[in-house]
Design a protein around this ligand. Structure first.
Ligand code: ZN
Length: 284
């Protein structure tokens, strides 16, 4: 496994975003006054980066690990941190999703990264210790962090979508409800519901927003713009998918549309084909 220097953004004196390279998953760190931390999402494949970020930000221990949802890139280090004493928290939807097919998905994803077996021989999927149905508040010395279930009617980006809010500092960790500068993964969700979740978030005001993937957005106006831009993407994509289904357009036409015009600059272009193919094979 390669050592990489974490791309750490300081959002507040002791609140940080670790921004994944080229649209890889973002992680959040909130450091309490006693040095203990809330870690928001963790991917076992990027443990070097996470450990380096925790060290760099002066965290002494991870007290809580919050999964914004069930996907491997957000929840695969649950067992690792639990063994080191952390309490893992996720929404009820996240818990249910991991319970139902978390083991199988974990085995599949871990199988694609065989180096993990050498480094973490006992590696397994870890369930959250605590789940909440609508909202809960985590307390770290000096901070209260609100966790809010945000999947609309049970599924938006995924079944477990939940966000973390620091009210006083006006910071939002949006998980994969927001992608910036990269194509999203839509195969686990329901796009129409996802748009509803975004509309609810658009009523709020924040100074910093950390998306699940892509650069951090700073400033209230930009935050609204980023959500609106992403909402437009989802709406457009959804409409085009319906056109494929009704026979008006071909999958190839829609794929090229989603990679051109307003979307030309977006990274992770291979996602588009994958999203379309999945949609055509599974009713949404
Ligand atoms: Zn993700």
């Amino acid at each position: 496994m390669e050592k990489s220097v974490a791309n750490i953004y300081q959002l507040h004196e002791s609140i940080f975003a670790v921004v994944g390279p080229e649209g890889a998953t973002n992680f959040g760190i909130v450091k309490g006054e006693d040095g203990s931390a809330l870690l928001i999402d963790a991917d076992i494949r990027r443990m070097d980066e996470i450990e380096a970020a925790l060290k760099e930000t002066g965290c002494t221990t991870v007290r809580y690990l919050f999964n914004t949802h069930e996907n491997f890139d957000h929840s695969s280090a649950n067992d690792y941190f639990a063994r080191n004493g952390a309490i893992v928290i996720g929404s009820e939807g996240c818990w249910q999703a991991l319970k139902e097919d978390g083991e199988a998905k974990f085995a599949e994803m871990a199988g694609r990264a065989p180096e993990l077996k050498n480094r973490f021989p006992d590696l397994k999927m870890g369930m959250p210790h605590i789940s909440f149905s609508q909202a809960t508040t985590l307390h770290l010395p000096g901070f209260g962090i609100r966790l809010v279930y945000s999947a609309y009617r049970g599924k938006s980006h995924s079944r477990g979508d939940a966000i973390a809010i620091l009210d006083k500092q006006e910071i939002l960790f949006a998980g994969d409800l927001l992608y910036t500068e990269v194509h999203p993964v839509t195969i686990y969700g329901n796009i129409a519901n996802w748009i509803q979740s975004i509309d609810i978030l658009l009523r709020e005001n924040f100074a910093h927003v950390v998306p699940g993937h892509g650069p951090v957005v700073k400033g209230n106006a930009l935050y609204k713009a980023a959500f609106l831009q992403f909402r437009n993407y989802l709406e457009d994509f959804h409409r085009r998918l319906m056109e494929i289904r009704s026979g008006g357009k071909s999958a190839a036409e829609i794929e090229s549309h989603m990679k051109s015009g307003d979307y030309t600059h977006l990274g992770k272009t291979w996602m588009v084909k994958r999203n379309i193919e999945y949609f055509l094979n599974h009713a949404q």
